[in-house]
Ligand binder design. Structure first.
Ligand code: SF4
Length: 94
């Protein structure tokens, strides 16, 4: 497992469009991001420094940057989402 890295969104500014950070507008993470180690909290909301628009990322299937689930193809070529054990444990503790 990858080590948890602390990513800081220092200097980010909340705007009506989203969180403005280094010239990028970031939208809050979506429900499916919960448990992902890339989520960073900023002033009460959670953002993803890896992908500015998590909702769009998930709209196309599984986020390929996610640390908490892994997408696998089954024999029929369908994408299956497998939650990773560590994040299941974390989710229970909430
Ligand atoms: S890497 Fe993917 S799953 Fe993780 S917070 Fe970002 S958009 Fe969500």
């Amino acid at each position: 497992m990858a080590k948890k890295k602390i990513v800081s969104l220092e200097g980010a500014v909340k705007t009506d469009a989203g969180l403005s950070y280094k010239g990028i507008i970031m939208e809050p993470v979506v429900e499916k991001c919960e448990g992902c180690e890339r989520v960073v909290a900023f002033e009460g909301d959670n953002y993803c420094p890896t992908y500015a628009q998590p909702e769009k990322k998930w709209a196309h299937g599984v986020c390929n940057f996610a640390t908490h689930v892994r997408a696998e193809m089954d024999k029929a070529g369908k994408v299956k989402v497998n939650p990773l054990k560590a994040s299941k444990r974390a989710a229970r503790g909430r």
